[in-house]
Write a protein that binds this ligand. Structure first.
Ligand SMILES: Cc1ncc(COP(=O)(O)O)c(C=O)c1O
Length: 449
């Protein structure tokens, strides 16, 4: 045991030295190296490790402005040629036959699900560890959401849990490439094909992420993306459905355009979910930077992952072996308070933020949100499902997801993607700040909690 600790200390020390962090006043022996930084945690009045600002997000340039002004001066602001160009370019990026732009990622998911003919009486399997919009989309169709648990190392939906949740009523699996890290598509697709289920990828955080050099969003029957303000390709609001299935895409087009007939699709119930020309112009401008920024995020994430792997009690994300690129909308890791003198995660987050490293605890457990109970009380759900199916206690029992709950309530910590648009030294500052908190975890616990 003793041996292990000293090896860990040695590794930390050597990582710090090789990362040049000893100069930050950081050393696992607790020595003060430099005068530049106080070793006292910033939350307790010390000097923060980092005072420099992180890259602002979203970014834009005069070129973006020119494209928007061009649309303004054209007087053609509603869906037209600029949206079509954006769709063409997006399909090209993802490697699908078609793309359809919609007003946001949520509406893209609703469009795809309804046009895959998902509705009342169907079950849709989704991960418990995702943004609420994945659930919103399932409930909008009238289907019953069934939560699968996630793999704690990758944060992604666990195919073993999906398998346990499949019933005769399951129609669609919705893997979410959460944080922009690809889900285990190989096993999900093989499960879906064995059980004759459809797959809709929620790639709303995973622009240009790849498995075996194929872009995510192109593996299932359809994939959906978001271009909301915080996203790696931000438009403000915006979304897209992609697919190789022409008939499905015709139906999606029809649905997003009042349900009017479109090519092979006859008239149908629909909505109006069309992107504007301004939004598409911003999207085209942002697209110019996406590939280069994605490469930079991957480079910095891999380096930071290496640094954090050496810190006891910090477990950064793991990528599946066949992942050739991730999007890194987030850099997620797990925090074990036992390696930090029992310091609660919330205080760790406050302390790290005070050091100039913004971070958050991420999602709350989605399988516990009260909108589910309220949804089950609606007229539509009461007409479509039996009292037993709408029994909340039974539903909760079936939808327990222990790993996701642990991530949400105790372990997960996220960095936003803009922290990765920097360089090696910035990654070293993140690691230094975490080590500084670890060294002073006892003081922090005594004085803050
Ligand atoms: C995983 C996931 N699904 C769906 C959405 C919905 O996208 P939007 O906010 O564009 O509606 C988001 C975006 O926030 C998301 O992160």
């Amino acid at each position: 045991m003793k041996k292990k600790t000293s090896r860990r200390k040695f590794l930390q020390q050597s990582t710090l030295v090789s990362a040049g962090l000893v100069g930050y006043g950081m050393s696992t022996a607790g020595q003060t190296g430099s005068r530049r930084f106080s070793t006292k945690p910033a939350l307790l009045g010390g000097q923060p490790i980092r005072s420099k600002a992180w890259p602002q997000w979203p970014m834009w340039t005069p070129d973006d402005e020119a494209l928007v002004v061009k649309v303004l001066r054209s007087g053609k602001w509603s869906r037209g040629e600029v949206v079509k160009e954006f769709e063409f370019q997006w399909a090209k990026q993802i490697g699908t036959k078609r793309a359809l732009a919609t007003v946001n990622g949520t509406s893209a998911l609703i469009t795809a699900l309804t046009q895959m003919d998902v509705g009342g009486g169907d079950e849709v399997i989704l991960p418990a560890y995702t943004f609420i919009a994945t659930l919103t989309a399932v409930l909008a169709t009238g289907a019953m959401p069934v939560f699968a648990d996630v793999d704690p190392d990758t944060f992604q939906i666990d195919p073993r849990s999906i398998k346990e949740k499949i019933t005769d009523r399951t129609r669609v699996i919705v893997p979410v490439h959460i944080a922009g890290l690809p889900a285990d598509m190989k096993n999900i697709l093989s499960l879906a094909s064995d059980r004759k289920l459809l797959v809709l990828e929620d790639a709303c955080q995973a622009w240009l992420a790849e498995i075996d050099n194929q872009k995510v969003g192109s593996f299932g029957q359809a994939g959906c993306f978001s271009f909301q303000n915080s996203k790696n390709i931000p438009i403000g609001e915006g979304g897209a459905v992609v697919s190789n299935d022409d008939q499905l895409m015709d139906r999606c087009f029809s649905y997003h355009n009042f349900g009017l007939p479109y090519q092979t699709a006859g008239g149908r119930p629909g909505a109006k979910l069309r992107l504007t020309e301004y939004q598409a112009a911003i999207g085209l401008a942002q697209l110019q930077r996406l590939d280069e920024q994605t490469t930079l995020r991957n480079k910095n994430a891999a380096y930071l992952q290496k640094l954090l792997l050496d810190i006891k009690g910090i477990k950064p994300y793991r990528l599946y072996d066949n992942v050739t690129r991730a999007a890194f909308h987030l850099f997620p890791f797990r925090y074990d308070k036992n390696a930090f003198a029992g310091l609660p995660r919330a205080t760790f987050i406050k302390a790290l933020s005070a050091e100039g490293i913004p971070c958050s605890s991420g999602y709350a457990p989605l399988n516990k949100v009260n909108m589910l109970g309220n949804t089950f009380q609606t007229k539509n759900y009461r007409k479509m499902y039996s009292a037993a199916e709408l029994n909340e206690q039974q539903w909760e029992e079936r939808n327990q997801c222990a790993v996701s709950e642990r991530l949400c309530l105790e372990e997960a910590v996220w960095f936003q993607q803009n922290l990765l648009l920097t360089g090696k030294e910035d990654m070293q500052e993140i690691a230094a700040a975490i080590l500084k908190i670890q060294q002073h975890a006892g003081d922090l616990k005594r004085q803050v909690d």
